[in-house]
Ligand binder design. Structure first.
Ligand code: SF4
Ligand code: SF4
Length: 456
C-alpha cells in the first residue's frame, strides 16, 4: 500500500491492490473505487468553504479548554537510574530539589480556584520519584482529598512502597501506576536502582503491597530495545502476575537534549505494529491500550481528536521550587514556568499552550491524519525542532501508520463491494464492525510519554 497523496480540497488518495482509497480527513468520509475520479467526485459535494468552516469550528472547540488536571512534582530526585530517562543528565535533575508542604498546598488551592467547576478533577503526583519526598506526597493526597473529592493518581517506580505507605494510598483511594517494563531480565536491563542492581523485584513487591491495600492499580510500560524482542510474552506474564486494571504502553521515547534519538528507541513502525496486535488482544480482556485507542476511536466515532497532551490548556504542573507551568518535562529547561503568584490562566503563555494542536498548524492541514492526530508531545517537538509548535515526528510516523493500517483493514474486508459497483462509501457501521466498537462513555486512562490525562 502506498502512502496517501494530497489532492484538492482536503481529499487524499492512495492506491491499494490496483484500486483506490479516497479519504477526506475533515469529514472522515472514505471511499473505495476502481476509478479515482469517480471516488473524488463522490467526496466533492463538500466545497472549500464548508471545509474551512469545519476547521474553524474544531479550532474553537479545542482552544477553549479548561484546566482540570494538576500535576505535582514533589521532588526531582530519583532512586532509579533508568537507561532511557532523558532527564538524568540535565543540570536541574542532578540537583534534586524537593518541594515544601506549604508550596504543595498553595498549588492545590490555586488549582481548585482556576479549574472548571463542572469538570472531573484529577491530581497527578509525578517525579523524579515522588516517594523520595514522602511527606509531601502524603500531604498532597490528604489535602487534595480534603479540599475536593478529586481523583488522585501516583506515578511511581514502585520500589519504595512499604506497608505503611501502601495503607495510606489504599485509605485515600489513590490510583497507583507502577512503571514495569516486562519480565525481570528485560526490566532490569533498562531500570536499575542507583547502585546498579535491577529494580524489578522491588517494583513488583511495591506494586503488590499497594494492590493488597485496595488501590486501583495500573502498570506503565515502554517498548524499547531492551524488551521489543519478547514484549508480548513479557506483557502476558506480567498481566497474569499483577492483574492490573489499566495498562499504558508507550513506544515513543523522549529524545535526549539536542534532539538526539533516545538510545532505547526502536523502529516506530515495528513498535506500532506490535501495539496494534496487543491492542485487540487486550480489548477482549476489557483493557484499553490508550496509545492505540486514541487513534482508532476518533476515526471510527468520526469525532476529532485535537490534542494528545493535557498540557495544551487542561493541566498545570507544580515544580518542587513552587513555580507553575504546563509540562513536567519542560520543567527541566525551565520553559514557560512562572512563580505561583505570577502565574495566571489569563496569561499569554497559557493562551499559547491552549492553541498547540495540529488544527492550528498549516503543515497539518496538508496531512491525512489531521482529525485523528492530537499532535503527540510538544516537549518532543521542542527537542526535535527547537519549537513546541513543531511536529513530534515520532508521533507523526505512528499516527500515519495507524491510519493506513485502518484503511487497509477496511479495504481487505470491503473490497468485494466493488464487484458490482464503481464506488463504495464506507459507513460508520462498517468501521465499527471491522475496527471495533468504542463506548463513548468509557473512561479511558490516558497516558502520553509524560502521562497526561486529557478530556475528550
Ligand atoms: S502532527 Fe504530524 S501526523 Fe499529526 S496532523 Fe500534523 S503532520 Fe499529520
Ligand atoms: S505529553 Fe509531552 S508535552 Fe505533554 S506534558 Fe507530557 S512530556 Fe510534556
Amino acid at each position: 500500500m502506498t502512502i496517501f497523496q494530497k489532492r484538492e480540497h482536503s481529499v487524499f488518495l492512495c492506491e491499494i491492490d490496483g484500486s483506490y482509497a479516497i479519504y477526506n480527513p475533515l469529514t472522515f468520509q472514505l471511499v473505495f473505487s476502481q476509478n479515482p475520479d469517480f471516488g473524488r467526485c463522490y467526496l466533492q459535494s463538500q466545497g472549500k468553504m464548508a471545509l474551512e468552516n469545519i476547521v474553524s469550528t474544531e479550532r474553537e472547540k479545542f482552544s477553549g479548554q479548561k484546566i482540570h488536571v494538576l500535576s505535582i512534582i514533589p521532588t526531582f530526585a530519583c532512586n532509579n537510574r533508568c537507561g532511557y530517562c532523558s532527564l538524568r543528565h540535565t543540570p536541574s535533575h542532578i540537583y534534586p530539589l524537593s518541594m515544601e508542604i506549604s508550596q504543595a498546598k498553595q498549588a492545590i488551592d490555586l488549582f481548585f480556584e482556576w479549574s472548571d467547576p463542572a469538570a472531573t478533577k484529577e491530581i497527578m503526583i509525578f517525579g523524579g520519584e515522588p516517594l523520595c519526598n514522602l511527606p509531601v506526597t502524603k500531604a498532597v493526597i490528604e489535602y487534595g482529598k480534603q479540599k475536593n473529592d478529586c481523583s488522585i493518581s501516583l506515578f511511581t517506580n514502585g520500589t519504595m512502597i512499604d506497608d505503611e505507605t501502601a495503607r495510606v494510598f489504599g485509605r485515600f483511594d489513590v490510583n497507583v501506576i507502577v512503571s514495569i517494563d516486562g519480565g525481570e531480565k528485560e526490566h532490569n536491563q533498562a531500570r536499575p536502582l542507583s547502585d546498579g542492581v535491577g529494580s524489578y523485584q522491588r517494583a513488583v513487591r511495591g506494586y503488590l503491597r499497594a494492590k493488597e491495600s485496595g488501590c486501583s492499580m495500573g502498570i506503565s510500560m515502554q517498548i524499547g530495545r531492551h524488551n521489543v524482542h519478547s514484549f508480548s510474552e513479557s506483557l502476558n506474564e506480567l498481566y497474569c502476575l499483577l492483574e492490573p486494571e489499566r495498562i499504558s504502553i508507550g513506544s515513543n521515547f523522549h529524545p535526549l537534549h539536542g534532539g538526539v534519538k533516545n538510545p532505547f528507541q526502536v523502529d516506530t513502525l515495528k513498535a506500532t505494529s506490535l501495539l496494534l496486535d496487543i491492542f485487540y488482544q487486550y480489548k477482549e480482556k476489557g483493557i484499553c491500550i490508550e496509545q492505540v485507542d486514541r487513534r482508532i476511536r476518533p476515526f471510527v466515532a468520526e469525532n476529532y481528536r485535537g490534542k494528545d497532551c493535557a498540557g495544551c490548556g487542561q493541566k498545570i504542573v507544580a515544580l518542587p521550587d513552587g513555580r507553575l507551568g504546563f509540562c513536567e518535562y519542560l520543567a527541566y529547561p525551565g520553559e514557560a514556568y512562572m512563580p505561583a503568584d505570577q502565574f495566571s490562566p489569563d496569561s499569554m503563555d497559557y493562551k499559547k499552550y491552549c492553541r498547540i494542536s495540529p488544527l492550528f498548524k498549516d503543515e497539518c492541514l496538508e496531512c491525512p491524519a489531521i482529525s485523528i492526530c492530537g499532535g503527540g508531545c510538544f516537549y518532543n517537538a521542542l527537542m526535535f525542532n527547537g519549537s513546541v509548535t513543531g511536529p513530534d515526528i515520532l508521533n507523526c510516523e505512528q499516527t500515519l501508520y495507524i491510519l493506513e493500517w485502518m484503511v487497509k483493514k477496511l479495504w481487505d474486508n470491503l473490497k468485494y463491494k466493488l464487484q458490482h459497483k464503481n464506488v463504495h462509501l464506507v459507513t460508520q457501521r462498517e468501521k465499527e464492525s471491522i475496527l471495533g466498537t468504542f463506548d463513548p462513555t468509557q473512561k479511558v486512562f490516558s497516558c502520553n510519554n509524560g502521562f497526561s490525562k486529557i478530556a475528550e
